[in-house]
Ligand binder design. Structure first.
Ligand code: CTP
Ligand code: MG
Length: 229
């Protein structure tokens, strides 16, 4: 049996939400967003441990007001995040003692499902790296700096990536360390693997697996939760 760890990222500031607290502490259906996310991972039969990455001043708050209060099991460590998301991921990876497969997931995506988690593990065993996502619903344009459309890729070539993004642990740890050394900026972890020549398998996530980012996502999130409970 492979040992599987999940890194849950919660160390962002939530600037686009425009509230004076970290967006992951806001409530959906009477519980903090982060507690919904952690609960799914903690109750999944294939997840052995959780590493929660929290902002420097919010580690104790997470331990008391999220993990203890909502009785979240399997959390091995709560570690401090960094300035950028990629720094937070590296802190999470370095906190893991040993594992075979690691899932990296945004704390702000509370509607991930057991099947998305389990497919990620399955495809990582087959291909070494995998990310869920969905086909975009809109037509996507490539534009130039003057805001003129220059090209329209076919929808079947496009994929909106979500999380979890799943990797063989040793590979992604090595790539993230190298990324820091090479001073390269990325916006997600599939880019890290790709940059160093690793293939990432893309599999179907769900249109419900949204990242709570701006205030209207709270309203949508409320409806999603009602529809799946
Ligand atoms: N994140 C993190 N550490 C950072 C930045 C982001 O752990 N330094 C986490 C966030 O907490 C979130 C996930 O990465 O769960 C995705 O990031 P995003 O949605 O951009 O969240 P924020 O950075 O908090 O939001 P914003 O960009 O609007 O400030
Ligand atoms: Mg951000």
């Amino acid at each position: 049996m492979s040992k599987v760890s999940a890194i849950i990222l919660a160390a962002g500031k939530g600037n686009r939400m425009g509230k004076d607290i970290n967006k992951q502490f806001l409530y959906i259906n009477n519980k903090p967003i982060l507690s919904h996310t952690l609960k799914i991972f903690s109750e999944n039969r294939l997840i052995n441990e959780i590493i929660l990455v929290a902002a420097e001043g919010e580690v104790e708050y997470c331990e008391r007001e999220i993990i203890k209060k909502y009785d979240i099991k399997k959390v091995s460590f709560v570690v401090k995040g960094g300035i950028d998301r990629q720094d937070s991921v590296l802190n999470g990876l370095e906190a893991i003692k040993d594992c075979d497969i690691v899932l990296i997931h945004d704390g702000a995506r509370p509607f991930v499902t057991n099947s998305i988690i389990e497919d990620g593990i399955k495809y990582t065993k087959l291909y070494g790296a995998a990310s869920c996502g969905v086909t975009p619903k809109d037509t996507i344009k490539i534009k130039n700096q003057l805001n003129f459309s220059v090209h329209t890729p076919h929808r079947h070539e496009l994929f909106c990536v979500q999380t979890p993004q799943c990797f063989e642990y040793n590979t992604i740890l090595y790539c993230h360390k190298k990324l820091k050394e090479d001073k390269i900026k990325v916006t997600d972890d599939t880019m890290v693997a790709e940059h160093y020549g690793h293939k990432v398998y893309l599999y179907e996530g769900s249109y419900n697996n949204i990242k709570i980012t701006t205030p209207e996502d709270l309203v949508i999130g409320d409806q999603i939760l009602k529809s799946i409970k």
